[in-house]
Design a binder for this molecule. Structure first.
Ligand code: FAD
Length: 305
C-alpha cells in the first residue's frame, strides 16, 4: 500500500494551500481530487493581490504549480471511502489504489447534490442513511437500495454485501457512470442497477418501500444515499467527525474532533470564499505538520523506551 505523511482530499484553493505548506515543510504530500468547480473561465475580482481580474482556472493553475514546485504530488483520483486503522493511520480507498496517511486534510468543498426524493428527511434515521460503515449493520438480511449513479454508489453497494445479499443500486434517473471494473463486480454479486427515479418513500414506523415516479414500488428497509462522489459528509460519518449541519466542525487550528484529521475551506462552511479557503488551508497544513512530527516523536520514544 502506498504511504504518505499527509493526504489532502481536494484540489481546490484549500487543499492546494495546505499542500504548499506541508510539502514545503518536507512532508510527503499527496493531493487527490480533480479540478474544482471554480477552475473554469470564471472571473475572480476579489482575491488579494490581483489588481487585474484573474480567471478561476489561472488561479488554480498557479496554486497547482506552486504546490508541485515544493514536491506535492497531485492526482485526479476520487476517494470512495476512508477509515482509520488499528495504528491510528488513515486509509483512503480510491477508484484505483489504497493509500495510508499519518494525517488527513479534508478540503472537499461542498456538495449541493440532493437525490430529489420528496420525503427523504422524514426517514433519516429510520432507514435512510448516508454511511454504510455506520448503519449497514442494522440492515442485516434486509432489502436495501443505494441511490447514486457512479463508482461511489457501486462501492457502497458492494460494502453492503457483508450485511445483506439483497442490494440494489438506483441511479435516480441518470445514466450510470460506473466503471467497467465496478460494473463487473456488481454483476458478479447480482446487484442490479435500476435507472428509475425514486420519487418518495413509504413505511409506517420506518422505511418499508421506495416508490418510483412510474408509481411502481419495491421493498426496501434501508436506503443509502451515495450520489456523485463521496463528500466531506460521507467521510465525516465514517471517521466519526462532529458536524454542524452539512459542515465539519473544527477549532481555530482547523482540527476536527479526531486527532490527525483536519478540514479547511467550503467543507467547514464559514465564509465560502477563496481567501478564506486559502487561509484555512494554511492553518490545516500547519496543524497536520505538527501532528506528523508528534507521531514521529512518539514512535521514536517508544523505540528507545
Ligand atoms: C462559479 C464559481 C465562481 C466563484 N467565484 C468566486 C469569487 O469570485 N471569489 C471568491 O472568493 N470565491 C468564489 N467562489 C467560491 C470559491 O470557489 C470557493 O469558496 C472555493 O473554491 C472553496 O475552495 P475549497 O478548496 O474549499 O473547495 P473547492 O474549490 O470546491 O474544491 C473541492 C475539491 O475537492 C475535490 N473532491 C471532492 N470530493 C472528492 C472526493 N470524494 N475525492 C477526491 N476529491 C474530491 C474536488 O474534486 C475539488 O478538487 C466561486 C465558486 C464558483 C463555483
Amino acid at each position: 500500500m502506498e504511504k504518505v505523511d499527509i493526504l489532502i482530499i481536494g484540489q481546490g484553493p484549500a487543499g492546494l494551500s495546505s499542500a504548499i505548506y506541508t510539502a514545503r515543510a518536507g512532508m510527503i504530500t499527496l493531493i487527490l481530487g480533480c479540478a474544482p468547480k471554480v477552475a473554469g473561465d470564471y472571473e475572480i475580482d476579489n482575491y488579494f493581490g490581483f489588481t487585474e481580474t484573474i480567471t478561476g482556472k489561472d488561479l488554480i493553475d498557479r496554486g497547482r504549480a506552486q504546490a508541485a514546485k515544493f514536491g506535492a504530488e497531485m492526482r485526479c483520483d476520487r476517494v470512495l471511502a476512508i477509515h482509520q486503522n488499528e495504528i491510528g493511520a488513515f486509509v483512503a480507498k480510491t477508484e484505483d489504489v489504497e493509500i495510508e496517511a499519518t494525517s488527513l486534510i479534508l478540503a472537499t468543498g461542498v456538495s449541493r447534490i440532493r437525490p430529489g426524493i420528496s420525503n427523504l428527511g422524514d426517514f433519516e434515521g429510520k432507514g435512510v442513511s448516508y454511511c454504510v460503515s455506520c448503519d449497514g449493520f442494522f440492515m442485516r438480511g434486509k432489502p436495501v437500495v443505494v441511490v447514486g449513479e457512479g463508482n461511489f454508489a457501486a462501492n457502497q453497494a458492494l460494502e453492503l454485501l457483508q450485511y445483506t445479499p439483497d442490494v440494489k443500486v438506483c441511479s435516480q434517473g441518470k445514466e450510470p457512470s460506473i466503471s467497467e471494473e465496478f460494473r463487473y463486480r456488481l454483476e458478479e454479486n447480482h446487484i442490479p442497477v435500476l435507472k428509475d427515479k425514486i420519487s418518495s418513500l413509504a413505511g409506517e414506523k420506518g422505511l418499508e418501500r421506495v416508490v418510483f415516479e412510474s408509481g411502481e414500488s419495491i421493498n426496501a428497509q434501508g436506503l443509502f444515499v451515495a450520489i456523485g462522489q463521496a463528500s466531506s459528509n460521507d467521510f465525516a460519518y465514517s471517521l466519526g467527525l462532529i458536524r454542524n449541519g452539512q459542515f465539519i466542525e473544527t477549532d481555530r487550528e482547523q482540527r476536527t474532533n479526531v486527532a490527525g484529521v483536519f478540514a479547511a475551506g467550503d467543507c467547514v462552511g464559514r465564509f465560502l470564499q477563496i481567501s478564506v479557503a486559502v487561509g484555512e488551508g494554511a492553518l490545516a497544513g500547519r496543524a497536520a505538520i505538527n501532528h506528523v512530527k508528534d507521531r514521529r516523536r512518539a514512535l521514536l520514544d517508544k523505540g528507545t523506551a
